[in-house]
Every structure is written in structure tokens, then in C-alpha cells.
Design a protein around this ligand. Structure first.
Ligand code: GLV
Ligand code: MN
Ligand code: MN
Length: 418
């Protein structure tokens, strides 16, 4: 006899706490960045949880941890859930982790209630969702969807080391990353549970957010080359200061994105060479990004920034080289699937509102291949990508319950042959 699905707050919290102990103690917050030992260890812990939940598991050739709970239809249609467990430097315990732990809890709750799905239920902990030190994000989901691009293996970090060269440290053979492509023709839907990372749900007082659109992202690396000179003797009029050209470009990013609804512009890294207080900067390197739900505006922002960097450089006799590394278009999620999730949320008596996601997610990558929906749960004070990031256990458990009921509804609606 099948019983009600009851996700366990205790199990969810224990999993989150266990992962929060697998972090890099030399860095602040709860840091588990991709391509570090903490991330390798964390993903093995996730795999063990999947095994204990009764799933068949493996790590694919792109580093994704995959678990499958077989359905009654015998290897036909699949339903996919997942998120990521890597973090930004100094990040929190919930970003991505809630979705992976939540998906595994759906499996445990289904089994505990003796409920069999017709679909195979596939849970994925996607590799390197956060931008890594090569400026590359959503690596695992891009590899699974065949959109990673072979050229990314040659992308270099600030020390000139190529992405492909460091992959073996995470147990990944760069020559085999392409083999991770998944056959999405078998996948009925992808669902990702995530913390909101912003203030809206808390302000609205609603328990579940249904994401309609995920932001587009354009990331750049800009290099400015000038001339190093003595800081005390070189007249201001005779300098070729790459640092000043870079500083002007930082402000241009702020100017371009300001006043535009939902647009964001950020410079996250900036390094000067030589790093000396008494030398005019010869070389400056920065990485930054624009985000917007409007793809046309992103193209406009790219052109404006490239022009602004050239202007800042030329006026100082400095050269500017701007490269656009990531160009991810805004992703509209599946209206039909969101309707199913909304019914599941209503059926549980939870409150809901619809949202736009200014954060990037694996769901945006998957949405190009398969009907995709995303559920948010509130973040305290809207804080995220910081150590203070917090969602209370009851809030996450409500999200997991909504995820589980959505899975049941999608499974029942799709005509499989069980
Ligand atoms: C991922 O968290 C992002 O939005 O950068
Ligand atoms: Mn994040
Ligand atoms: Mn995330």
C-alpha cells in the first residue's frame, strides 16, 4: 500500500550539515570550489548519499555525479532533477546544495512511501556550476547538453594554465569530456529546486517561487597594456597607466548597467602588474559580466563596454583587448511544466509567486534541450554568495515536498508504457 510522501527535515538538514563540513578551511565561508579537493570529496559524499538512497550511481566523463532510481516502465522515459554542490569562494551552505540534497530526499521519501514512478528518476549533481577560475560556469550541464565547446579546454587562468590541464586533478580526462552528452530525447522534464538568493519571496511572504525566466549572462576578460614607470618621477602627462584605463572601464560597467530594469553589471576581479605602490601599472586584467533578461540589451552592453574600454585605453596610450568568454542567452522556462508545479504547490497548501532569476543556473542550460521548471525557496535577508546565506530547514523541506509532488504529477501525466 502506498503512503503519503513525507520529506524528512532531519535528513535534509543532516545532509546539508555533512556537506558544509567538507569545505576548504583556508578560505572564508563554506568554500568548496570546483577543481579543488574539497569539491572532489563533496561530490563523493553526494554519490554515497545517492547509493544509500537506493540509486545506481556513477560519475560521468565531465565530473557530473549521477544517480538513477529505476522506474516501472523499464528504462523508457526519464525525469531529471538536480543542481550543484560547488560554491563560490566564501560562499554559503545552501546555493545548489539544497537542490541536490532535496532531489536525493525525494528519492528517499518515494521509497519510504512505497511509491514507484513509471519514469526512471535521474538525479544529477552538475560539475562546476559556479564560474571557475577559468571564467567558465555550468561546465557539467553544458557537457551533458553538448554545448560546452571544445575550445573551452584551452581557456587559461591568470597564471596561464589551461582548463584542460587541470581537469585530471578532479578525476576528469579532458579527451573524454565530450562523451558526457546525454540523450535528452528520453527526458520528459528537468526540475531544479534552489534557494532564491534574493529578497523577493521573503518580502512577499510566500513559500515557493516559480521561475519564469532565468537571466542571460555575458562575461568578459579585459587586458590593458601600458608602460611601467617610476611613480615619483614620471609626469602625469607622460604616463601610460594601464591601471587608470582599467579603473575607467570598471566605472563604465556600472554606468552601462545602471538605470536599466533588471540589468546588472559587475567587475569581480582586477589585478595590476607589477603589484607595487611606487610603479605606474604596466598591465591590468579584469573579469566582469553583464546580466539581463533581455538578450538584445546584452548585445548593446557588450558593444558599449568594448567601446568604453577602447576609449579609456586610447586616451592614455594604452592598449585594450576585450574578449567575451561566456554568452548565455536568457532562458524562458516551460509554461506547461510551471502550471504542473503550481498545481503541486497549491495541492500542498503552500503559498507561491512567480519570479525572474537574476542568478545563473544549470536549469537555464537544460531548458534548451528539455521542458524545464525551477522552484525557489526563500533566502534570509536575500543574502547569498556569502557565509551568511541561510534558508531555514522548514523552508527547504516545503520546497522538497513541492518538488516531490511535482515529480508525481509529471510522472502521472506523461504517457509511458508501464
Ligand atoms: C551563479 O550562482 C551565478 O548566478 O553566478
Ligand atoms: Mn551560486
Ligand atoms: Mn546555484
Amino acid at each position: 500500500m502506498s503512503r503519503d510522501i513525507r520529506p524528512s527535515e532531519e535528513r535534509i538538514w543532516a545532509d546539508i550539515e555533512a556537506l558544509s563540513e567538507i569545505t576548504d578551511s583556508a578560505l572564508p565561508g563554506w568554500t568548496r570550489q570546483a577543481l579543488t579537493q574539497a569539491d572532489v570529496d563533496g561530490r563523493h559524499r553526494v554519490r554515497e548519499s545517492m547509493q544509500q538512497a537506493g540509486m545506481e550511481t556513477w560519475i560521468d566523463t565531465a565530473g557530473n555525479v549521477i544517480g538513477v532510481l529505476a522506474g516501472t516502465a523499464g528504462g523508457g522515459r526519464q525525469l531529471m532533477l538536480g543542481s550543484h554542490t560547488d560554491t563560490v569562494e566564501g560562499g554559503g551552505r545552501f546555493d545548489g546544495v539544497s537542490g541536490v540534497v532535496g532531489a536525493i530526499e525525494v528519492v528517499r521519501a518515494l521509497r519510504e512511501a512505497d511509491r514507484r514512478l513509471r519514469h526512471d528518476l535521474v538525479v544529477v549533481d552538475f560539475f562546476s556550476e559556479e564560474p571557475n577560475r577559468f571564467g567558465l560556469s555550468c561546465v557539467g550541464s553544458r557537457a551533458m547538453t553538448g554545448t560546452l565547446g571544445h575550445d573551452t579546454l584551452g581557456w587559461t587562468d591568470s597564471a596561464g594554465v589551461a582548463f584542460g590541464e587541470v581537469l585530471p586533478t578532479a578525476g576528469i580526462d579532458p579527451a573524454r569530456v565530450g562523451e558526457a552528452v546525454w540523450d535528452f530525447s528520453k527526458v520528459t522534464a528537468f526540475l531544479e529546486l534552489h534557494v532564491e538568493q534574493g529578497p523577493h519571496l521573503e518580502e512577499l511572504g510566500t513559500q515557493i517561487g516559480l521561475v519564469e525566466t532565468i537571466t542571460g549572462v555575458s562575461r568578459f576578460r579585459a587586458l590593458f597594456n601600458g608602460q611601467s614607470d617610476h611613480a615619483g618621477t614620471t609626469p602625469m602627462s607622460r604616463r601610460h597607466d594601464a591601471g587608470c584605463a582599467a579603473a575607467g572601464t570598471v566605472l563604465a560597467v556600472e554606468r552601462i548597467a545602471s538605470g536599466q530594469r533588471d540589468a546588472k553589471g559587475t567587475v569581480g576581479t582586477l589585478t595590476f602588474t607589477p603589484e607595487a605602490v611606487n610603479v605606474v601599472t604596466q598591465r591590468a586584467e579584469m573579469r566582469g559580466e553583464f546580466r539581463s533578461p533581455d538578450g538584445t540589451w546584452l548585445r548593446h552592453a557588450e558593444e558599449s563596454l568594448t567601446r568604453a574600454a577602447a576609449t579609456e585605453a586610447t586616451g592614455r596610450g594604452v592598449t585594450a583587448d576585450v574578449e567575451w568568454s561566456t554568452r548565455q542567452e536568457p532562458a524562458g522556462l516551460s509554461g506547461g511544466l510551471l502550471g504542473t508545479v503550481a498545481d503541486a504547490v497549491d495541492g500542498l497548501g503552500l503559498s507561491r509567486s512567480t519570479l525572474y532569476s537574476g542568478a545563473e543556473h544549470d536549469a537555464a542550460v537544460l531548458a534548451r534541450r528539455v521542458p524545464t521548471a525551477m522552484l525557489f525557496v526563500p533566502s534570509r535577508d536575500g543574502r547569498s554568495h556569502c557565509a551568511e546565506e541561510f534558508t531555514d530547514p522548514a523552508g527547504i523541506t516545503a520546497g522538497v515536498a513541492a518538488l516531490a509532488q511535482s515529480v508525481l504529477r509529471v510522472d502521472a501525466a506523461e504517457g509511458t508504457t508501464s
